[in-house]
Design a protein around this ligand. Structure first.
Ligand SMILES: Nc1nc2c(ncn2[C@@H]2O[C@H](COP(=O)(O)OP(=O)(O)OP(=O)(O)O)[C@@H](O)[C@H]2O)c(=O)[nH]1
Ligand SMILES: [Mg+2]
Length: 347
């Protein structure tokens, strides 16, 4: 799963990217090479950590997500339209978006207006989506004129999209439209799940009181967090005490990003590996098996399942079994977040 980092110029996108991916060094100066930088990040999960302390496996694998930051693009001040179109093009294939909003005074751009910047970028999403919708409706109408039979509900759905966008609302505010299978190919920007990161100055940990409408929001001190991400554990601890940071904002951002994707994790355990696997909500056991290996899906017999909370309460697997919380489930069992699964299969 990939999250694209968006924002106006000098909002702190690269700073947030570096903090989240633990990259060291200054952010790439503008005017350099243009290109997407990708960083893979492990999703913090206390369940995986506890299971790892129970099994002492050779390997522990957390769920992963990727972040993309478009770097080296000449700043907004030089050519705003070009900057925006390049940024949005790179965001279309992403599963979800992060919007970094500047809430600190910048030596180049001056004081910040987070609410205005938020609105400005959201408008760019809406305008880009409106252009795609209009183009497609025109094409369908031309086809109808040429005598093509109307098929499906695509046109009606697109007209509904136009209505929503005209009312200056993001498509994500209407999940039945944003998730309609007929529109899946369109990669509408305003339909993607969105996490707003308000980027504060080092001295300020407070969330400004602005409206985020249908988006989730977290507040971070980007520059501080990037410095924190580069410290050793000991140094980080005293740094966090000094600045009154309870939980690293990076952890909060990663957890919120994962939640945004509406994915769940099931877990596998053993002496070799304790591992979190990422699947969509409402996935059946037999498909979940396929996330591990197609052979396990093909030869699926049963899933032996225990909920994480039940295993933790029992203390270990044998005790959970004795308490009767380990159950056998069939192909169509809907896997739950935190299920510990041992697949029985035959190839
Ligand atoms: N004071 C302060 N400065 C910050 C913060 N975050 C970023 N900066 C500074 O703001 C400038 C721009 O940050 P970047 O992370 O490069 O911003 P960007 O959005 O990637 O910028 P472009 O890619 O050029 O659009 C840099 O000089 C950062 O050091 C912050 O939280 N507080
Ligand atoms: Mg940047």
């Amino acid at each position: 799963m990939k999250l694209g980092i968006t924002g106006l110029g000098r909002a702190g996108k690269t700073t947030v990217f570096n903090a989240v991916t633990g990259r060291s060094g200054e952010s790439v100066p503008t005017g350099g090479q243009v290109g997407p930088a990708l960083g893979v990040v492990a999703v913090p999960d206390a369940r995986v950590d506890w299971l790892s302390s129970l099994y002492h496996p050779k390997k522990t694998t957390h769920a992963q997500i990727s972040y993309m930051d478009l770097q080296g693009v000449p700043g907004m001040a030089d050519n705003k339209r070009e900057y925006m179109s390049l940024l949005l093009t790179h965001m279309r294939p992403m599963d979800a978006l992060i919007m970094v909003v500047r809430n600190f005074a910048d030596p180049v751009l001056g004081l910040s207006d987070a609410a205005k910047d938020l609105r400005e970028l959201e408008d760019e999403f809406l305008i880009a989506d409106m252009a795609s919708v209009e183009k497609r409706i025109e094409k369908i109408e031309a086809e109808l004129k040429r005598g093509k039979k109307p098929t499906g509900t695509e046109k009606e759905l697109l007209e509904k999209c136009a209505e929503i966008l005209n009312a200056e609302q993001p498509l994500r505010a209407h999940p039945e439209i944003a998730n309609a299978p007929e529109l899946r190919g369109y990669t509408f920007l305003s339909a993607k799940p969105l996490l707003v990161i308000v980027n504060n100055s080092d001295e300020d940990g407070v969330m400004p009181s602005i409206s985020f409408r249908s988006a989730e929001a977290v507040v971070v001190r980007g520059k501080l967090e990037m410095e924190l991400a580069q410290l050793s554990d000991d140094e980080a601890e005293s740094f966090m005490l000094d600045f009154g940071i309870a939980e690293s904002a990076v952890d909060r951002v990663i957890k919120s990003s994962f939640a945004l994707l509406d994915q769940i994790s099931f877990l596998t355990v053993g002496e070799d590996e304790v591992r979190a696997w990422t699947i969509a909500r409402d996935t059946h056991a037999v498909e979940a098996a396929g996330a591990i290996h197609s052979d396990i899906q093909r030869g699926f017999i049963r899933a032996e399942v225990v909920a994480y909370e039940d295993l933790k309460k029992a203390g270990d697997y044998a005790a959970a079994r004795k308490q009767g919380t380990v159950r056998l489930e069939g192909k169509n069992y809907s896997v739950q977040d935190g299920d510990i699964i041992n697949f029985r299969f035959n190839v």
